[in-house]
Design a protein around this ligand. Sequence first.
Ligand code: AGP
Length: 618
Amino acid sequence: MCGIVGYIGPKKVFPLLIGGLEKLEYRGYDSAGVARIDKGRFTIFRSEGKLSNLKLKLSTAGESAESCGCPDGVQIGIGHTRWATHGRPSEVNAHPHIAGRICVVHNGIVENYLALRERLSQHGAKFSSDTDTEIAAHLINYHYDRGISLIDAVRAATAELEGSYALVVISSDEPDRIVVAKNATPVVAGTTENEAFIASDIPAILEHTRTMHILEDGEIAEIKAGEIHIYRGEDKVEREPVTITWDPITAEKGGYRHFMLKEIYEQPQVITDTFRGRIDHGKAKIHLEDLKLTDGELRSLKRICIVGCGTAWHAALVMKFYIERFARINVEVDYSSEFRYREPVIDQDTLFIAVSQSGETADTLSSLQLASDLGARTLAICNVVGSSISRKAESIVYTHAGPEISVASTKAFVTQVVAGYLLALKLASARETLSSEELSERIEDLVLLPNHVTRVLECDKQVAKIARKYGRKEDFLFLGRGILYPIALEGALKLKEISYVHAEGYPSGEMKHGPIALISEETPVVMVFGQDGVNLEKATSNMMEVESRGGQIIAVTDRGSNSLSDLAWEVVSAGEVSRYMLPVVLTVPLQLFAYHVAVYRGTDVDQPRNLAKSVTVE
Ligand code: AGP
């Protein structure tokens, strides 16, 4: 989820690259860099922190917009803003990365970087950063040194790379071209008569051209000033460019009306990003790269304590189910704000887990400090590399949700659930509480999840219609049981925070102990349930209790059925899916429901009143 720009043409290249990176900075980044080719050599500037730091460095070096020091004629350069995945935010880890005659910027994750690093070291490669990108640069350089062209070197290197990438590569020996390779990470090239622009996101180059060539997975492009040649392997791909008609603001949102909607639609991709490289299907193994506990230590844990706030707390509740079910170890879940003031019983046999998208939430950070002071082993499930929580925890499982702009958390939540699921399977494997067959089946469930989420997104129009029908109601009750109780809580929270409608999440079985008094035709009830085992039976009796009191039921479930349609006013069915994946799959219609109610009521969806994206004060 980093930002990439590239340029080849007659204009001064650094100001142009910086202008493109500025268009991407709204996503929030941790370091940036630019490089160009000057008379057969690379000129490179990199800097930690915001883009303003890089701009200062450039101007100190006399590289202002007016005097960039480039030779006349065609200028060529690449730039990058980084959202760290491998390696902390720092200048050495900032892109571009140079290896010999090759200079590279990269978005994505190279999964087999450790094996490649080892092999390249044996060939004499020296690495100066902790990034997977530098390994890709060395791999391309290794092939280039065999005397082949730049595009062939990129072809050979990408044949060996596993994972996702948008690679943008220049060579000091071929200063008239940029080679781009794409797999599972977006990249586009825009052209004019005598220039070409490359970007990870259309907004970065939209002010220069509206003619875009959108690369597809497995394609490699050789780009010169005013020209683009796309290949799949050796075969040329003939494809007309598209003309972008969006205004720049819509373009930042990828054509979606709000960041929240964009982020909801990114979920299949970020789920894949979160488990990619961490599962070994064949061997039924889980690999968590920053987990500092040995299998022996995982086996000797007596207890797990998880904390978080808001949506992160809901993800923690789902994790409790996974860990207790798969790894048979006692898990307690607390609000961070409660944990830190209640003198918790914690010792060295406790694994303390802090869940946080931002990694900066004050209560979660203080809880982590407290647990660590009390001697617990600590682990963070966190989205922002280099954040305070990720720095403080002993172990980390990063979620790879990318920057989440909308205040209402959506894609971060599903990746937290996926990260918790991976951790639960890792614990189960170390503690031998699941057979290798069952471990394999659970991994298979995860592999199928992105497709299920893509499929459930098709309910968007149906949910929008339901949202308009019920959008003027002032109270909602969300009910769920077991692993779906946290999903009822999450559905209610989403609705509250962006549409300002009162909503309560409750365990279904608790309804008759109080909330049933609220049921009337003015309080729609959103029932979240799966239909395997006793769940349908139990949900049916809850629905009968609601229906007999005049309540209107919106059922969000895996399968539709006639008996269900008799009881529920609306049925949103996500399709059959493993029960362990229901928390993710059934969350999606609830996110869309909250979104469409908010749009219908005309609230500020991405920046709801009174809320901040990360709460860094108590
Ligand atoms: C969710 O939609 C909220 N915006 C909020 O509850 C959030 O999840 C909470 O503040 C925790 O933030 P964190 O994950 O950055 O720690």
